[in-house]
Design a protein around this ligand. Structure first.
Ligand code: ADP
Length: 400
């Protein structure tokens, strides 16, 4: 088990002249976890999140960071806020400078970085969130999703260990929300602990490692999502709805279908459940191949040629840089979220797919497909696109 990064021990908090907003909460969060705090308005999610970086100090109980009680003097808070970045629900309240560059530079400048270090931190952060080239833009002219990205970049520029985001998808359309969740996945994959609050059960359910259901300042339930969201009584009390996939699973079980394996998090998991019911009717199809293109290898031209010989092939992109790369090369993307699973689903129908992604995520494609193959006993081949002359079936070097 990885080590604990944040902990609460029986914390209570009452706003001045207000009701008790946090009523005795205890939990621990491990490094590199993805946590979703889920609950109705007024449940205490924002209040609790603000305790993570010392913005709110509990009236009683203890908050700990890296096993040390949080100190509330200026020096301790400064150190804590470098390591725990906070992204407010409303980016207009977080973005203060007249240009994107100045806004993202605010944190590192305050931390006393040199001019060169600030520039590097800003460039890296903007690159991460896919806003290269936006440096001189006034933030008020950006879309909701872009503003959210600027706010995230402002926090990333300080390279925190933990990212806390209050309602990161509020005000965004479904595709903007998926983009943000994907960015959070990418950051988590690179080692950051991510904690979000949300009402959106459908987004939280497949995304989180653990979900905490909150109501009236307390944690109702805290567990892996299929357990936390799997208790209809808690879900009802927390004014939430069951995630659709979980509801479908429960309904199938009620009708006497014997379902093997874990509860479905994704459509791919659900297909596995259903296929066991129908005795793997798709088993006779020769699975399609998944090709992975690492866009960090500067293979744009080669990729264009490769794609032109495969008209209509399904293409997905994972990660902001890969999506930008696709846009520059005018590659139409079929999938921009949940890409690996969707490509596995295509493979099961016998179709080939291409996944455009970045260096750090290539291995993740392999791991996910391997895990699926192990669980299902179905063999799906993953190849890496390598810019070598295309010759006698040897255009792709195998990753494995
Ligand atoms: P959530 O994020 O789950 O919507 P909040 O943490 O914002 O919940 O609010 C928890 C409780 O604290 C609510 O009853 C809310 O009315 C109250 N509250 C939040 N902010 C303040 C404040 N600044 N002053 C007084 N009461 C507040």
């Amino acid at each position: 088990m990885s080590s604990i990064i944040l902990e609460a021990r029986d914390v209570h908090y009452r706003y001045p002249r207000g009701m008790e907003a946090i009523c005795g909460i205890s939990f621990h969060i491990r490094k590199k976890e993805k946590i979703a705090l889920v609950g109705p308005n007024g449940a205490g999610k924002s209040t609790l999140l603000k305790m993570f970086n010392g913005m709110i100090r509990p009236d009683s109980g203890l908050m700990l960071f890296a096993n040390q009680p949080i100190g509330y003097d200026m020096v301790s808070l400064r150190m804590l806020r470098k390591r725990v970045g906070f992204v407010l629900q409303n980016p207009d309240r977080q973005i203060i400078a007249p240009t994107v560059y100045q806004d993202v530079a605010f944190g590192p400048t305050n931390l006393g970085y040199s001019e060169t270090e600030v520039k590097e931190a800003v460039t890296t952060a903007l690159r991460h969130v896919g806003l290269e080239g936006f440096e001189r833009r006034p933030p008020h002219q950006l879309s909701g999703g872009e503003k959210k990205r600027v706010a995230i970049a402002g926090v990333l520029a300080m390279d925190p260990d933990v990212l806390v985001l209050d309602e990161p998808t509020s005000g965004l359309d479904p595709s903007g929300s998926e983009d943000i969740m994907e960015l959070l996945d990418e950051l988590n994959h690179e080692g950051k602990t991510i904690i979000i609050s949300t009402h959106n059960v459908e987004l939280a359910y497949p995304w989180a490692d653990r979900a905490m259901l909150m109501l009236e300042g307390k944690i109702l339930e805290e567990d892996i999502p299929e357990v936390a969201f799997g208790n209809p009584e808690y879900v009802r009390r927390a004014h939430l709805s069951l995630p659709t996939l979980l509801e479908l699973y429960i309904e199938l079980q009620k009708r006497g279908f014997h379902l093997e394996g874990k509860k479905p998090h994704t459509v791919l998991d659900m297909m596995q459940c259903i296929e066991t019911i129908f005795e793997n009717t798709l088993g006779h199809i020769q699975p399609g191949m998944i090709t992975v293109c690492n866009v960090d290898q500067d293979n744009r031209e080669y990729l264009s040629g490769w794609l032109s010989r495969r008209q209509g092939i399904t293409v997905g992109a994972m990660g902001t840089r890969a999506k930008q790369n696709a846009e520059i090369s005018q590659i139409r993307l079929d999938f921009t979220y949940g890409v690996i699973d969707k490509c596995i689903l295509k493979a099961l129908l016998g179709e080939d797919t291409l996944i455009m992604t970045t260096e750090s995520m290539v291995q993740r494609v392999n791991q996910r497909v391997d895990a699926y193959c192990r669980e299902s006993g179905i063999r799906i081949t993953v190849n890496q696109l390598i810019s070598a002359p295309e010759s006698a079936n040897e255009e792709n070097g195998s990753l494995k």
